[in-house]
Design a protein around this ligand. Structure first.
Ligand code: AVI
Length: 318
């Protein structure tokens, strides 16, 4: 199995430094949430997914388990399944088990390591399926690989409610690029987190064991490790607020005292109580998400939810 590579310009470290500097120069300091996921961050995120308070993972899994046959019927026979991210093999397998005459599975991930191990596992479990991993940034429109067996159409699979971590304009751009990737006749299956009682949402991002806090603070440790900064991590605290106006969680790191941090020769000042914004996590209504998709040229054709309507798996058609 070979991995198709999309060209990447500039080193990852240089880009990380650039993004950190640019984000910390803003009046509201911010750090892009994609940097939460180094090796330690990914391990902590796996632990978050198992927390009692963190309902999205188990709720989406239960929906997928219950409706896998219907979801696969909606995707249709003869498809190429293009998965954005490659870390969800349980849900992926539930779909692949039900898909009729799937021609190919195309996991897309920026991390070559994750991609190779996830693709290898699927290739072993489904020996008759063409597994064609693509190492790329799925926020950009993709060129799909050459298929040994031509699929009738392509369907993007983007589980995990990760689309909620994009601001609405970027989410819409991503939906538009999904439409471009699958083309007319194609579709997409997405996991989205729905609005629900505020105390349920805030507990999910402020867990009692402090795993989400460790996940958030690890970003400062990563900046120290990889960029030689001197953040005193104990001088920051994790906080996650529900922002009712925008229907989202805002994850923050709050400076506990006035301080100056040095990052690659640049001094960054913090006042006590000042925040760094590290992640948005949008909670949608089904109508609101359908509108967002429609503006990107995708029609919401069907949605499957749990009994409490906390989470939805939606089928969009191009
Ligand atoms: C990956 N993403 C969908 C998670 C979320 O719920 O927004 C990331 C996360 N951040 C804190 N807890 C989980």
């Amino acid at each position: 199995m070979s991995i198709a590579l999309t060209p990447f310009t500039g080193s990852a470290a240089a880009r990380f430094l650039h993004d950190v500097r640019a984000g910390l120069r803003q009046p509201q300091k911010r750090l892009p949430c994609k940097y939460l996921y180094d090796q330690r961050g990914s391990e902590l995120f796996d632990q978050i997914c198992d927390l009692d308070e963190y309902y999205p993972t188990r709720t989406e899994l239960a929906i997928t388990r219950r409706y896998a046959g219907e979801i696969a019927d909606q995707i249709g026979a003869g498809a190429a399944l293009v998965e954005y991210g490659s870390g969800s093999s349980v849900k992926t397998r539930l779909l692949l088990d039900e898909l009729s005459d799937a021609r190919a599975y195309v996991p897309v991930d920026i991390s070559r390591e994750h991609l190779a191990s996830a693709a290898g596992r699927i290739a072993t479990a489904y020996p008759s399926l063409d597994v064609l991993p693509v190492c790329a940034d799925f926020t950009q429109e993709l060129v799909l690989p050459v298929f040994p067996r031509q699929p009738t159409h392509s369907a993007v699979y983007f589980p995990g409610s990760t689309i909620g971590n994009f601001p609405p304009s970027a989410a819409q751009e991503l939906l538009r690029s999904i439409r471009g990737t699958v083309g007319v006749g194609g579709g997409a299956i997405l996991g989205i987190d729905l609005q629900k009682p505020v105390e349920v949402v805030t507990a999910a991002y402020n867990d009692a064991e402090g795993v989400t806090a460790a996940f958030n603070l690890n970003l400062l440790e990563r900046i120290n490790r990889e960029l030689g900064a001197d953040f005193c991590v104990d001088d920051f605290e994790h906080r996650a607020d529900y922002n009712a106006k925008h229907g989202r969680i805002d994850m923050l790191l709050v400076a506990q005292r006035d301080q100056v941090v040095e990052i690659a020769g640049e001094q960054v000042e913090f006042q006590a109580g000042e925040t760094i914004h590290t992640e948005h996590s949008h909670k949608y209504t089904l109508d609101g998400f359908a509108e967002l998709a429609a503006e990107a040229g995708l029609t919401m054709h069907k949605a499957w939810t749990d009994a409490k309507r906390w989470f939805a798996v939606v089928h969009l058609v191009a």
